[in-house]
Design a protein around this ligand. Structure first.
Ligand code: CA
Length: 426
């Protein structure tokens, strides 16, 4: 089916700023609370939130097989479970109705009032109920940097890393939407030199991780696998992800089973899921891999995406400083490889599962995706615009992640993934 929603020539009758992340070609999906206290599934064009529950009730999806309450829900899970054909029909139809050549809704004030809200009038909620959350570790630069800092610079990259997309099972209960504050975690950390009792208290090394995450539809049954050439059919879309990490808790607890309480206190995601379809124009060549991977991880065609990523820190009562400029295309393992690997043993993947990319670090120092790497474990603090220095994240700092793709025709963005750090509970 043609993705007519992506036509770069389209213009909407809604006003869209040329630098907006949300032109009519984007049509992301999210969940919000309206000024009338109704929770609905919606999309966004420019600075307008569009209530798809009302849009459907008023007949604008006529001819597309959808259940009556498909969009009158507090998560996107059922819509995602309907599969790629439905996503495409729905995106194409929304694009048509808001296209400048189409007048039915534009000229119907009563309908417009029910369907269209100013973005500041709605409150964004978590878009999906995440059943299972997996986090990968798929940036070669990040794995090399962390291996050097935590273990041994001579053997930074372990031998398995170049042969498979390393990952672990995270916790979905602490996935939160952009805007919800994050409480500094408390926990154990390494004992002081010469002592055996570990330290205990608020984390002193609280960090962000610049990641993206993809949301899946139901993909395979128990015992079956997803062939890599089909993997992208099961990816609904992507969000920005800040996988908050407490480095002092992490480095003490992680041997031998991997990340645990240093990671699972909060993971912040951006509220709009940008579909893989909307990102299709931004496919780029996959990174060259050191070893030819095993056949189940080999794939033809472009599976990497050119998405600019940025991280800023905003201290309380001060302006924001941009501290990272990176790109999703730096990932060594692609999403298709990650999903094929995840299911090769027959592990089922469900609608609404979330897979984090792992921290995205690029080749240059300003493209490292965590404070751990940017300050080299605190050895080289960063100076912010207000003159203060940071080795890690302070209380009352706000961390902001942004992401967008851009070519000569169109800019498709994600908006912001924002989290403010609150002091630890006493
Ligand atoms: Ca992570």
């Amino acid at each position: 089916m043609l993705i007519t929603a992506n036509d770069p020539k389209r213009k909407s009758w809604l006003n869209v700023d040329k630098n907006s992340d949300f032109p009519i070609q984007n049509i992301p999906f999210g969940v919000f609370l309206t000024r009338d206290d109704i929770i609905t599934i919606g999309t966004r064009i420019g600075d307008y939130a569009i209530d798809l529950g009302a849009f459907h009730q008023l007949g604008y999806f006529d001819g597309i097989p959808l259940t009556d309450d498909m969009f009158l829900q507090d998560t996107l899970n059922d819509f995602i479970a309907d599969g790629r054909k439905t996503w495409r029909l729905v995106r194409n139809r929304i694009a048509d109705v808001f296209d400048s050549t189409y007048s039915a809704l534009r000229d119907n004030e009563e309908h417009r009032e029910k369907i269209i809200f100013k973005i500041e009038e709605v409150e964004m909620l978590l878009p999906v109920s995440v059943g299972d959350y997996t986090d990968f570790y798929a940036s070669k630069e990040h794995a090399t940097n962390v291996g050097s800092l935590f273990r041994d610079p001579e053997n930074a990259l372990l031998p398995n890393w170049l042969q498979l997309p390393v990952g672990y099972h995270g916790r979905s209960s602490s996935i939160i939407q952009s805007g919800i504050p994050v409480r500094r975690p408390v926990g154990q950390s390494r004992p002081n030199e010469g002592e055996t009792t570990p330290n205990f208290g608020p984390s002193k090394l609280l960090d962000f991780e610049l990641e993206m995450a993809f949301i899946t539809t139901a993909s395979n049954n128990l015992g079956e696998r997803i062939p890599i050439e089909e993997a992208e059919d099961y990816i609904f879309g992507l969000v920005l992800l800040n996988d908050w990490s407490a480095r002092d808790i992490q480095s003490w607890e992680y041997v031998p089973l991997g990340p645990f309480l240093g990671k699972n206190f909060a993971s912040t995601i951006s509220p709009w899921i940008v579909t893989l379809d909307a990102l299709a124009p931004f496919k780029v060549d996959n990174p060259e891999q050191v070893h030819t991977p095993l056949p189940y991880l080999q794939v033809e065609g472009k599976k990497s995406y050119d998405i600019n990523l940025q991280v800023g820190i905003k201290p309380e009562n001060a302006t924001e400083t941009i501290i990272v400029n990176s790109n999703f295309k730096y990932m060594y393992w692609t999403m298709a490889q990650q999903l094929a690997h995840h299911t090769v043993n027959g592990c089922p993947v469900n609608a609404g599962d979330m897979m984090g990319s792992g921290t995205i670090s690029g080749p240059t120092k300003d493209s490292f995706g965590s404070m751990l790497e940017l300050t080299w474990k605190g050895q080289h603090p960063i100076t912010l615009n207000d003159g203060t220095q940071r080795k890690f994240i302070n209380d009352n700092d706000t961390v902001i992640i942004r992401g967008y793709s851009k070519n000569n025709d169109v800019r498709i963005g994600f908006g912001e993934c924002v989290g403010k750090v609150l002091p630890a509970n006493k």
